[in-house]
Design a protein around this ligand. Structure first.
Ligand code: SF4
Length: 426
């Protein structure tokens, strides 16, 4: 099984030569084609939905950054970083492209990175090379005097945007009408809201306010146990797959996990289905992980007998069931690092991370399960031009693209995050 590198694939898409590509068409655009356009920071940004008129927008990136060569940009980034010294920390997500990751002080998942930011109170600016919700979490967890910067405001997460605060509030009202809001004889509330880290700050705040909690892909089972100790059922958003895969492994049957479709009465379910439920799943998904399928696993096994198939729990249930192992990005990274004998790994997660693992561990054969290499198209919008721009503005004493979570949302979101940490310290 051969796979093109991420950059080769993007070039093929841009030049129209990748006929078999089913990647997001937005990858064919230069990242600055979104500047000042309909894509902005806020609900719906990444999926190009209609967005609130007051959402901040990415202004036009100055031409000097668009026309600079890659080498010039890297040189400018290095120089600005050196000038800023300890005043800046650059964070790069595992799924970020290599041209950015090479400048990062820390590489990790969203929560590890937010904690890395917290561990550097001397840094006045935290440049988060990820997507909206990650920068928001870093703003919630970092100190008052630290500015969190997202280099391109058009870098959202399509999954996070699938659950907005209005739709979740509407769902909550319908559920409250159906179940009431009083605890049962055992003191358990009718519903406990649980949001995946990959959600807006507003939803984390909603959970904080309504007795709920946040989870990551590493601790989803611990968090669900926490929720079942306090509630008769869980409302899990936005990722249906993480919710389903985790609850199924805990013994919850599929019949007890109805899917909630926004904009339909009772989410498209009967009152009886909801009464009998244990986990109500929001109808969200990750466009990157939904690309994996069982056929790819069968092909990998046929081609490489003995292959170890590891997938992320954001993959659909049949893929997780067919894999040898599943777990968070950190689980996957550790599984590869721990392999003492040369091993063939077929991995079902974002391709930038898979290709980085392949380069880091040449003693193993490591490839992405999906031969049509598609990176996370929104994370990809953090181009080195934007990184150079935000850093050089900092050198000039100006903070651009600061992510500021409203104070009330921030305090309630922090409650939901603290509950997660108390449920199981990471
Ligand atoms: S990989 Fe999926 S969940 Fe992660 S940022 Fe991209 S769209 Fe969102």
């Amino acid at each position: 099984m051969t796979t093109a590198s991420v950059n080769e694939r993007i070039q093929l898409i841009v030049t129209g030569k990748s006929k078999d590509s089913t990647c997001s068409p937005s990858l064919a655009k230069g990242p600055w084609e979104f500047d000042g356009g309909p894509v902005a920071y806020g609900p719906g940004a990444s999926s190009e939905d209609v967005i609130p008129t007051n959402s901040p927008k990415q202004g036009a990136l100055p031409n000097e950054y668009k026309s600079a060569t890659d080498e010039e940009l890297h040189e400018r980034i290095r120089a600005a970083k050196e000038t800023l010294g300890d005043k800046v920390v650059i964070l790069g997500h595992f799924y970020q492209r290599d041209e950015i990751v090479q400048h990062a002080d820390y590489l990790g998942d969203s929560f590890q990175l937010a904690n890395a930011a917290k561990a550097h109170p001397e840094a006045e600016a935290i440049v988060f090379c990820g997507v909206h919700f990650m920068a928001e979490t870093a703003d919630i967890l970092s100190a008052e005097n630290q500015a969190v910067i997202l280099p391109n405001l058009a870098a959202g997460c399509s999954m996070a945007d699938m659950a907005d605060i209005d739709s979740v509030t509407q769902c909550w009202e319908e559920l409250t009408e159906l179940f009431g809001s009083e605890p049962d004889a055992e003191g358990k509330m009718p519903v406990i809201p649980v949001t995946y880290m990959n959600s807006s700050a507003a939803l984390k705040g909603f959970c904080g306010e309504n007795g709920g909690i946040v989870c990551t892909s590493s601790n989803a089972e611990i968090v669900l146990k926490w929720a079942f100790e306090r509630g008769q059922r869980v409302l899990f958003f936005p990722d249906q797959h993480l919710g389903r895969n985790t609850a199924k492994a805990m013994g919850v049957s599929l019949e007890e996990m109805p899917l909630w479709h926004g904009r339909k009465e009772l989410g498209g379910n009967t009152a009886e289905q909801l009464m009998d439920s244990k986990v109500i799943l929001w109808n969200g998904f990750c466009s990157v992980h939904k690309r994996f399928n069982v056929g790819q696993i069968e092909k990998a096994r046929a081609e490489f007998p003995g292959v170890r198939v590891i997938v992320h729990p954001e993959c659909p249930m049949d893929v997780v069931d067919a894999a040898d192992e599943y777990g968070s990005t950190d689980f996957i990274r550790k599984a590869v690092a721990a392999a003492t004998e040369p091993t063939t790994f077929a991995i079902g997660t974002e391709v930038n991370m898979v290709q980085r693992l392949a380069a880091q561990y040449p003693q193993h054969k490591i490839f992405c399960l999906d031969p049509v290499v598609c990176p996370c198209s929104t994370m990809y919008r953090i181009h080195p031009g934007y990184l150079a721009w935000v850093l050089e503005r900092l050198v000039a004493g100006e903070v651009v693209n600061q992510i500021r979570v409203d104070e009330k949302v921030s305090s309630t979101a922090a409650i939901a995050l603290e509950r997660m940490l108390a449920a199981k310290p990471l």
